[in-house]
Design a protein around this ligand. Structure first.
Ligand SMILES: Nc1nc(=O)c2c([nH]1)NC[C@@H]1CN(c3ccc(C(=O)N[C@@H](CCC(=O)O)C(=O)O)cc3)CN21
Ligand SMILES: CC(C)C(=O)C(=O)O
Ligand SMILES: [Mg+2]
Length: 281
């Protein structure tokens, strides 16, 4: 069933209250956003995982802010009814508070997204407060923070020790205090998610964070058979690679066998013009 009306932050909050779970998918382009809206997906994440699945980089670090703004705007145009969250890329909210706020406001105003997502530690509280004061809806991304792969020492699940779990819960509480509107929890045990659900009043979207979350997200490409290595939390929704390869192969065959292009694919010149064509004046 296609989305019939706009899914808003109020709907996300209501989902938490009412216990209805929110399916969210990553999306990076206009055409796919249209299909996802048609399928009734209420929430889309324009992830910096675009660095991996769109640009082919091994980490999420090398994606420019300008690129993220462009694709977030494209997703916005394709799915006007969805709740669109855009990732702020690596480095774009580091350094001075002023520069960070300017970059986030550029994303919010130019892309038309409903919320921006930042990978945060407790040290980002002041920035999140400034953004909330500026009227920006901030989703705080905790747990596995891929932009910190260098300091985390690899893509590893987080919060598996009591100490680490307590730290993540404390950060979630600090983010609510700072004015964040939602939490995204990546690759943590369900105990951590359950504690954050209990100790904050924010909607919690999980990415490999167990069933206690109010919504769920993962990289779409992983779930539809388009990537080689996929984290354990991605469900198997189908296989888009095989039919895509079949289409491309069919085209190669049609050209090599001379079946494409045929008359139906071409443009005709009127007979009178053909008679004159190429004659000297
Ligand atoms: N295609 C794609 N899908 C993703 O989910 C994704 C990306 N790219 N790029 C950035 C991050 C990296 N992600 C990951 C990567 C690994 C695990 C994971 O479960 N790792 C294992 C083993 C890691 C190790 O020790 O080498 C773990 O048990 O923690 C989770 C999320 C999620 N993100
Ligand atoms: C996997 C999700 C949470 C993300 O941040 C991304 O796709 O960039
Ligand atoms: Mg991301």
């Amino acid at each position: 069933m296609p989305l019939s009306s706009k899914f808003t932050l109020a709907n996300l909050r209501a989902a938490r209250t009412e216990g209805t779970k929110v399916p969210m998918l990553t999306c990076y382009d206009y055409t796919t956003a249209r299909l996802m809206q048609q399928a009734g997906v209420p929430a889309l994440l324009v992830g910096d995982s675009a660095a991996n699945v769109i640009l082919g980089h091994p980490t999420t670090l090398p994606v420019p802010l300008s690129f993220m703004i462009e694709i977030a705007a494209a997703v916005r145009r394709g799915a006007p009814a969805a709740f669109v969250v855009a990732d702020m890329p690596f480095g774009s909210y580091a350094g001075s508070l002023g520069t960070a706020v300017r970059h986030v406001c550029q994303m919010a105003s130019r892309s038309g997204c409903d919320a921006v997502k930042l990978e945060v530690t407790v040290g980002h509280s002041k920035l999140v407060r400034s953004l909330a004061d500026a009227g920006v809806a901030v989703m705080a991304h905790l747990g596995l923070r891929p932009q910190s792969v260098a300091t985390l020492g690899g893509y590893k699940a987080q919060g598996r020790t009591a100490r680490q779990a307590d730290e993540i819960v404390a950060t979630a509480r600090a983010m609510e205090q700072a004015g964040a509107v939602a939490i995204l929890l990546e690759a943590v045990p369900n105990e951590v998610s359950a504690a954050i659900v209990e100790q904050t009043s924010l909607p919690v979207i999980g990415c490999g964070a167990g069933p206690s979350c109010h919504g769920f997200v993962f990289v779409t490409h992983d779930a539809v058979g388009l990537t080689d290595h996929t984290p354990r939390f991605a469900p198997k929704l189908g296989d888009l690679a095989t039919p895509a390869i079949e289409c491309y192969r069919r085209y190669v065959q049609q050209v090599s066998e001379g079946r494409y292009p045929s008359a139906e694919h071409g443009y005709e010149m009127p007979a009178a013009e053909r008679a004159e064509f190429g004659k000297p004046f």
